[in-house]
Design a protein around this ligand. Structure first.
Ligand SMILES: Nc1ncnc2c1ncn2[C@@H]1O[C@H](COP(=O)(O)OP(=O)(O)OP(=O)(O)O)[C@@H](O)[C@H]1O
Ligand SMILES: [Mg+2]
Length: 355
């Protein structure tokens, strides 16, 4: 799925932006605070129904305005579709082909995308929840029922946590354990299958970008030898003390290793970025194979933290994927793409074609 036409109104500093996208390479340049990241954030919002910078609705609505509106025409092979988002303090409205039915999951199906921004090293160095979301994104695109399963799991977790906070114990609490453990096992399976599907691309991209082997190992969030049901029974006092469930897929992690040692501690910031980029590109590649379609890749200042040689390896890997790319840079002449890109200049929140 690629984006053909994109508009944003009153999103951050962008009053009105229109972008007629090239199906392959798009390049946006502009000085600091001109609006480059805002444009990518708006595009990502259109595919996810939320900000990749973790911003609130108030942060995102242009100062002095009441709402922002985003719209895109997308292509999936011969088919085309429309995605739209309107957000105000009254709430978020999502439409896919005119229908409000599917919500954010429908957006994610209509415009799947991945982002590499200057904070991407956090995927390697940051908290486990980012790596869980990473695996869940792959599973969502590789396994048609995963999104629904995930929602059911979240509900079961909420219910068990509410029971814990209400001080429920004994057989009444054990009643919640069975459903929770059953859904947890299916989430676990889905993530393991997602990781297995991505493993080839992960290892290839890791080797390509880092120059040595990287390892990726799933940790489920409980002691595997003893099983989750037992962990829930044995951990009940701790769960009651915390008022929340301490074992389960919501405590899982993807352990990364580089040169056989723990990546998180040892790699430099640039290496962390390269490992994170390898992960993002491997996820995109895995989803592209599953969906049989190219995806949208948003690259915000891809050269940040990278030397010239590392950037060129990264861009070679990006262009080899056959995805649609929208990349930003401070420099008008950043050498990112092997062939001519459609070029745009952004200044004070206004976007103009520059080629
Ligand atoms: N809700 C908002 N309303 C109006 N302006 C905003 C809003 N949120 C952010 N801005 C402003 O938008 C401008 C552009 O920010 P953006 O992060 O897109 O710039 P950039 O081109 O990516 O800059 P850099 O090169 O430094 O990364 C900033 O001056 C910021 O203060
Ligand atoms: Mg920026």
């Amino acid at each position: 799925m690629t984006i053909r036409h994109f508009t944003a109104e009153n999103f951050r500093c962008l009053q009105h932006v229109e972008l007629e996208a090239d199906p392959r390479y798009n390049f946006i340049f502009g000085s600091n605070a001109s609006g480059k990241t805002s444009i990518l954030e708006a595009m990502a919002y259109l595919g996810r129904g939320k900000s990749f910078r973790g911003a609130t609705t108030t942060d995102l609505i242009r100062h002095g305005e009441r709402e922002f509106v985003l719209f895109g025409e997308v292509s999936a092979g011969e088919r085309s579709g429309r995605v739209g988002v309107r957000n105000s303090h009254e709430g978020l409205e999502i439409r896919v082909d005119g229908s409000k039915e599917g919500g954010a999951a429908a957006l994610a199906m209509a415009l799947p995308l991945q982002i590499i921004d200057p904070d991407i090293h956090e995927l390697v160095a940051g908290a486990p929840d980012q790596r869980r979301r990473y695996l869940d994104w792959i599973a969502f695109h590789v396994e048609p029922e995963y999104g629904d399963l995930w929602r059911r799991f979240r509900r079961a977790l909420k219910q068990r946590n509410a029971a814990l906070r209400a001080g429920i114990t004994g057989p009444a609490l054990a009643g919640w354990n069975t459903e929770f453990a059953e859904l947890a096992a299916r989430i676990d399976d889905g993530r393991r299958r997602a990781l297995a599907a991505a493993m080839g691309p992960l290892q290839a991209a890791g080797l390509d970008l880092l120059g040595s082997e990287a390892g990726f190992e799933y940790r489920p969030g409980w002691n595997e030898d003893r099983g989750l049901l037992l962990a829930l029974e044995e951990g009940v006092d701790r769960d009651l003390a915390y008022g929340s469930t301490q074992s389960g897929p919501h405590h899982a992690d993807l352990k990364l290793s580089y040169d056989s040692r723990r990546a998180r501690k040892l790699v430099s910031r640039g290496q962390q970025k390269l490992l994170a980029c390898a992960m993002v590109l491997a996820a995109a590649e895995t989803a592209q194979v599953a969906l049989g379609q190219p995806l949208l890749l948003l690259l915000d200042d891809p050269g940040a933290e990278l030397d010239r040689e590392a950037l060129s390896r990264l861009m070679a890997r990006v262009t080899g994927l056959g995805s649609q790319v929208v990349a930003t840079s401070l420099e008008a002449d950043a050498p990112l793409f092997p062939t001519a890109a459609r070029v745009f200049h952004v200044e004070h929140g206004e976007l103009m074609p520059a080629s």
